[in-house]
Ligand binder design. Structure first.
Ligand SMILES: Cc1ncc(COP(=O)(O)O)c(C=O)c1O
Length: 444
């Protein structure tokens, strides 16, 4: 029996406990992908599926790009693994320098890990260790935001603000608080880019400082665009306001750029788009265009210098992963960063943003649509839920898009979120909108 035919048999799908998936429903009617190239996936039967989500917000350069494939193949043949503790390999240093060069301000140092979740937990741990090392051991409180997503580690879900990701997992980390989210449909519906209303939501940090006292707060972590909750762009001026308040009270500001990094909002990092330099940036996904797992944390010079300050042969930071700076990931990332630069993909995303926004907002005329948001090459459409529960209409829509229209989207509640690879053509943008429009007609 071929690998394909065994995988296609529903009985053989049982063993894999799928993440963030209704297993029974999926296994009853699978959406299997077995090949990818550029803007498309292909099912085992060879049917093309237009990738409107860059995989999972990660394949920003498109799929299976030849230079990335070649770099991974060459690295696999040259050196499979090198320990990142007490030893190093050249590509780890090269890729860190390349990533730091893309970041604004003095975000000059890169701690490497393997995912966005690890990046989030790493940044939170660095924030705590930074204050402790500086003698501010009472600064232990971490502030996240409602509707935030920072991965699934205990740190990430504690500062995260999506209740299904938190509610079954005990008491989480102690000493956490949350800012309010920035979404208000009445005031923001159908905005293109950053909504005008909402900067004042950053002032809630003043209230948290008044409640807890600045001397107990280590860091604030936010996504410049809240992705997983349904693509909520930062309001105009909001991130600057957060930066000002953090500066006033000596609180570290962390941007989670796991989605917004590497061109999604038209810049290497959204920090550049918003003219704000955070103290740390977490990244993952687009750093290798999804081809090999990789994540990391950019840290400002003053943070690095706090840990790295003497020639003593003593470990600087007791943190790291066996697969930090994995050679395959570093090779994939170097090739990916070359592609981004050679093809000007970040600038391309910036130029295409108005065209994308205009096309996407035409869905406003479809039945049941409650709001549409666009920023960079991201689009989200909220629609009315069915009486039998939130998310069911979106699930039906996702199934129909896959089976009937040959397209992949993300859902969040009754929201379709799309974020195509940055190589998407204008006609493919039209195709994404048309397919989604036809399915919206069917699910109402
Ligand atoms: C903003 C953000 N942070 C962190 C993560 C977690 O990344 P990973 O799934 O690689 O652990 C994600 C994943 O979607 C994300 O969107």
């Amino acid at each position: 029996m071929s690998a394909y035919s065994s995988a296609a048999s529903p009985n053989d799908l049982e063993a894999f406990f799928m993440p963030f998936t209704p297993n029974r429903a999926f296994k009853a009617r699978p959406r299997l992908l077995s090949r990818s190239k550029d803007m498309h996936y292909y099912t085992p039967e060879g049917r093309a599926v237009l990738d409107a989500t860059a995989g999972l917000w990660c394949a920003n350069a498109g799929h299976n790009r030849d230079p990335i494939v070649a770099a991974i193949q060459a690295q696999a043949a040259e050196m499979d693994f090198a320990p990142p503790f007490q030893y190093g390999h050249p590509k780890a240093f090269a890729v860190s320098a390349r990533i730091a060069a893309l970041a604004p301000g003095d975000l000059d140092h890169v701690f490497l890990c393997n995912s966005g979740s690890e990046a989030g937990d790493t940044a939170l741990k660095i924030a705590l260790a930074y204050h402790a090392t500086k003698g501010n051991a009472t600064r232990t409180r971490l502030i996240g935001r409602e509707r935030g997503y920072h991965g699934v580690g205990f740190g990430g879900i504690s500062v995260g603000g999506m209740s299904p990701n938190r509610k079954l997992f005990g008491s989480l980390l102690p000493g956490i608080d949350h800012l309010p989210h920035t979404y208000n449909r009445e005031k923001q519906a159908f905005s293109k880019g950053e909504p005008e209303w909402g900067a004042e939501r950053a002032d809630a940090l003043e209230n948290l400082v008044a409640l807890h006292d600045a001397s107990t707060i280590a860091a604030v972590i936010v996504e410049p665009m809240a992705g997983s909750t349904g693509a909520i762009p930062a309001p105009v001026g909001y991130l600057k306001r957060l930066r000002e308040i953090c500066d006033k009270y000596g609180i570290l500001l962390i941007f989670d750029e796991v989605i917004t990094g590497f061109g999604r909002l038209g810049y290497a990092f959204a920090a550049e788009r918003y003219g704000v330099v955070p103290d740390m940036i977490t990244f993952a996904k687009g750093v290798t265009s999804g081809a090999v797992p990789m994540g990391g944390v950019l840290v400002r010079k003053h943070i690095y210098d706090t840990f790295v300050k003497s020639d003593d042969p003593v470990i600087d930071l007791f943190h790291g992963y066996t697969y930090s700076a994995h050679p395959l990931a570093c090779a994939a990332s170097l090739a990916t960063l070359d592609l981004y630069r050679e093809e000007g993909l970040f600038e391309r995303a910036r130029q295409m943003e108005p065209i994308w926004a205009d096309a996407f907002h035409t869905l406003r005329s479809k039945p049941g649509v409650l709001d549409i948001r666009t920023v960079g090459l991201v689009g989200a459409v909220d629609f009315e839920s069915r009486a039998d529960g939130v998310g069911r209409r979106a699930y039906e829509g996702m199934e129909r898009l896959f089976h009937e229209e040959g397209m992949m989207v993300r859902t969040a509640g009754d929201t379709f979120a799309v974020s195509p690879p940055l190589i998407v053509s204008e006609s493919q943008m039209g195709e994404i909108v048309e397919k989604m429009g036809r399915v919206l007609d069917k699910i109402f």
